[in-house]
Design a protein around this ligand. Sequence first.
Ligand code: ZN
Length: 66
Amino acid sequence: MSLLVKPCNFCDEPVPKGSGTMLAKNDGTVLWFCSAKCKKNYLKLKRDPRKLKWTKKYVKGGIRRN
Ligand SMILES: [Zn+2]
């Protein structure tokens, strides 16, 4: 991983430095989002990226239970 690119915390797409949104949480965790769409899905909608087809974290066929 290049220092200039970070993966989006929601969809896992690379976020070039200077674009996207950085979010520093109260506990010190720093989150990166490539777009307002990802930020909204993470923060407001609290969606699981593994269930969304447009994210790289999507698990085909759904999440398996163990
Ligand atoms: Zn994203």
